[in-house]
Design a protein around this ligand. Structure first.
Ligand code: TRP
Ligand code: MN
Length: 449
């Protein structure tokens, strides 16, 4: 055990990967002080409730659906886009709940997912070198010096967009929009006309029948809030540590520190150095934490991460998000499952089938094929079946819209279509139809209770 004491700023003493080069440190400082004075976006008690929900996923009694944009955008910020993302997540959750018969813990990559790690700090086009785009939290994507210069005012804009997004999500999920009596209304036109959408309609009809059946049996379906409300928790990659620190607050009930920028935070594949600043920072907050594990991750590393982030072995505290790629997953994951399980560490095992399966199409688009994504999910379930562990969840990049960013699906997106509606500010996302295709596949793979 190290002798040091954790504080919200103790990460400053350690190397912090992927931090923006802010041009004016005094200006950054001024903004961060202001953010630190603003109200928290979530409350510590909510983060504890999510930990309890995730503990069920660690024990094999629930399944995590974590989904949303690769990166949220300041330009795509509207009630419609928030509502459409919520619709597809609710649709997927309904399909999974209905067929697996276990509760689905619904966590959005939303209301704060604004920062991106990059493979190189700069980008060169035609001999011009500029800082890389690091997400709307930091700079803008256009290839000009003005757009690419990190601007601390963006931290404030992100805070406010997160607050407004979260507010609308709370209103929708608690105020009647997520009511199981409205399952049909989440099926948008372009989804409903697809094979997956028609399959969805059958599930929705089954839910209608089940509700009528229960009411006919004398169950009071009107007054049970469980049928009329759903929880959608928020999450993002805790990347820009100054921002996360500014939103880290001490809970008055327990004295513990919580990063109140979201319910759940995760550490990316590029920032999970054991002696790095990100591990240090997140080790001290009480929120549920995720950590990505890529194809090079070893069982020893996985164990060390468990010890660092969850020394108390609290179920639900730690989710390991596996993103190995379709070819590596079955062989790569099994030794890790074994090592962590043998050591008695309770974790939620989640599969990110997106990031290990990205390639560039002939048309020059960064893309992913739904078949590769499903193959990685298949490998993930195989590994768990072989080791006797519970496949605890999936972590997906999607949007509610009718985009053409990923290939394949039951209404197939072909290479020549990619140009039609390629709208992402970062990685390619599944569209509404492909997301439903994926939900049905996961539903088939989930062990029946
Ligand atoms: N409250 C339950 C849940 O969140 C049931 C529920 C209500 C639900 N609305 C939902 C499930 C929408 C999925 C989607 O699981
Ligand atoms: Mn991504």
């Amino acid at each position: 055990m190290s002798e040091h004491t954790w504080t919200p700023s103790s990460w400053h003493a350690l190397p912090a990967a992927q931090q923006p080069d802010w041009p004016d440190p005094a200006d950054l400082d001024r903004v961060l002080k202001y953010v630190a004075s603003l109200p928290p976006l979530v409350f510590a008690g909510e983060a504890r409730n999510l930990t309890d929900q995730l503990a069920r996923a660690a024990r094999g009694e629930a399944f995590l659906l974590q989904a949303g944009d690769c990166a949220e955008s300041f330009d795509e910020f509207s009630a419609d886009s928030i509502r459409d993302k919520l619709k597809i997540i609710l649709q997927m959750a309904v399909v999974l709940t209905y067929s697996a018969g276990v509760p689905i813990v619904k966590v959005g990559r939303i209301a704060g997912q604004f920062a991106k790690p990059r493979s190189s700090p700069t980008e060169t086009i035609d001999g011009v070198e500029l800082p890389s785009f690091r997400g709307h939290l930091v700079n803008a994507p256009g290839f000009t010096a003005a757009a690419r210069t990190p601007d601390p005012e963006r931290l404030l804009a992100a805070y406010h967009q997160s607050a407004a997004t979260l507010n609308l999500l709370r209103a929708f999920t608690q105020g009647g929009f997520a009511d199981l009596g409205r399952v049909h209304q989440w099926n948008r036109e372009f989804v409903a006309s697809s094979p997956a959408g028609q399959r969805y309609n059958e599930v929705a009809a089954g839910i209608d029948r089940a509700l009528r059946f229960m009411a006919a049996c004398g169950v009071d379906t009107e007054s049970d809030p469980q049928l009329h409300q759903a929880d959608l928790w928020t999450s993002h990659e805790a990347l820009v540590l100054g921002y996360e620190e500014a939103l880290t607050r001490q809970d008055s009930l327990t004295g513990e520190w919580y990063d109140c920028s979201a319910h759940m935070l995760w550490i990316g594949e590029r920032t999970r150095q054991l002696d790095g600043a990100h591990m240090e920072f997140l080790s001290g907050v009480g929120n549920p934490i995720g950590c990505k594990l890529g194809p090079t991750a070893t069982p020893e590393e996985a164990l060390a991460i468990c010890e660092k982030l969850n020394p108390g072995r609290v179920p639900g505290r730690l989710t390991l998000v596996i993103r190995m790629g379709a070819d590596t997953i079955t062989e790569g994951l099994r030794p890790i499952l074994r090592a962590v399980t043998d050591a008695g560490h309770p974790v939620v095992w989640a599969c990110d089938p997106m990031h290990g399966n990205t390639f560039t199409s002939e048309s020059g688009h960064k893309t992913r094929h739904l078949e590769d994504i499903l193959a990685e999910i298949g490998g993930f379930f195989d590994a768990h079946r072989a080791e006797g562990t519970w496949p605890g969840g999936v972590h997906i990049e999607l949007t509610g819209g009718d985009v053409t960013e990923c290939l394949g699906g039951s209404s197939e997106v072909l290479s020549g279509h990619l140009d039609t509606r390629y709208e992402t500010v970062c990685d390619p996302r599944l569209n509404g139809r492909q997301s439903l295709d994926l939900a049905f596949r996961v539903a088939e793979l989930l062990p029946k209770r």
